[in-house]
Design a protein around this ligand. Structure first.
Ligand code: F6P
Length: 359
């Protein structure tokens, strides 16, 4: 007979996103209500685990947090405690490996499992910990939607909603002034936010990292629109998008993408004479309350993660597949970001309704 799991830990890692608190609440409430477990939270991502920063997660602690943005546990997307290659923004401290501390603190708290809520970086570290003796369950989080083997991460829908509102609002001011408006959205090396918000907001051109663009094609689309009497053009550009034969643009801090919309605006104005403005949405896409869809998805994920923990099914990530919640082995998820496949049907849908990808 399987032993009864009595105590689990949970942490949130990587960049925050709307819905993290909904997952924490669902994990804790399910674990407490259904299985009578105790749950503790580690603060500030993996640093809480190696530095022993914990908070109890009793029923009352997780009440009334469903709609709150951010994470009551805190998070970090810069630390690298285990020498595991996470992502381009990690702070690598040579020679540092705090695995022994992590194991000691995990045991000190008499835990029998750890739920790691995060994107591909956190899940990669989670898999490493799992292989090193801490049983882990992963929950896929990120506005970027770039986690493998799940149809959607929570946080993505909320980011798309904010980006779509921005695209909607820019239409009227663009039309008033006969301008090209460029909206730069996040997403790292994946164009999911740009594709979805661009389609939802009726963007005329959507530029994504998966389809390097040709500046001349972009010019031709906006020029033709003005020749046809359209008073504006809207371009939605992913922060990781780049021209054919070039690489993405990074901001001063070498590890953060950003700046493509400013460069594009300058090029369009200079080469076509059409007035251009750009808006960088940045962290607006990460802050604030989750959409209803994300609240429900995060709750389903947290609920399933608690069930997996109770069943002792560690080494898995909860996932969404064709509207059902399933799980997939962490080894399949670790280390590989999910980008938009070039045969993804939505790309053709967008093309068929007249959207250009600048190619
Ligand atoms: O991964 C989420 C994300 O918001 C990316 O879209 C973006 O490139 C990055 O994090 C920004 O990170 P930071 O919080 O370090 O500015």
């Amino acid at each position: 007979m399987k032993k009864k799991i009595k105590r689990i830990g949970i942490l949130t890692g990587g960049g925050d996103c709307p819905g993290l608190n909904a997952v924490i609440r669902a994990v804790a409430k399910t674990a407490i209500n259904v299985y009578g477990m105790q749950v503790i939270g580690f603060q500030d991502g993996f640093s809480g685990l190696v530095m022993d920063k914990t908070i109890p997660l009793g029923y009352d602690h997780v009440s009334n947090i469903l709609t709150q943005g951010g994470t009551i546990l805190g998070t970090s997307n810069k630390d690298n405690f285990f020498g595991v290659k996470r992502n381009e923004s990690q702070r690598v401290i040579p020679g540092q490996n705090r695995l022994k501390d992590a194991l000691r603190i995990y045991r000190k708290h008499k835990l029998e499992g750890l739920i790691c809520v995060g994107g591909d970086g956190t899940l990669t570290v989670g898999y490493h910990l799992h292989q090193s003796g801490i049983p882990v369950i992963g929950v896929p989080k990120t506005i970027d939607n770039d986690v493998m083997h799940t149809d959607q991460t929570f946080g993505f829908d909320s980011a798309v909603w904010i980006a779509t509102l921005a695209v909607d609002r820019l239409h009227s001011t663009a039309a008033s002034h006969r301008r090209v408006m460029i909206v730069e959205v996040m997403g790292r090396s994946a164009g999911w936010i740009a594709l979805h918000s661009g389609m939802a907001g009726g963007g005329d051109i959507i530029l994504i990292p998966e389809i390097p663009y040709d500046l001349k094609k972009v010019y031709s689309v906006v020029q033709k629109r003005f020749q046809k009497g359209r008073r504006f053009s809207i371009i939605v550009v992913a922060e990781g998008a780049h021209r054919k034969g070039e690489t993405p643009i990074y901001m001063k801090k070498a590890h953060n993408l950003g700046g493509i919309s400013a460069q594009l605006a300058e090029n369009i104005e200079k080469d076509t004479g059409i007035e251009c403005r750009f808006t960088v949405l940045g962290h607006l896409q990460r802050g604030g309350t989750p959409t209803p869809f994300d609240r429900v998805l995060a709750t389903r994920y947290g609920h399933h993660a608690a069930h997996l923990a109770a069943a002792g099914e560690f080494g898995h990530m909860v996932s969404l597949k064709n509207s059902a919640i399933e799980s997939v082995h962490l080894s399949l998820v670790a280390g590989v970001p999910r980008r938009i496949p070039l045969d993804f049907p939505l790309l053709q849908t967008a093309r068929d309704v007249g959207t250009s990808f600048g190619d």
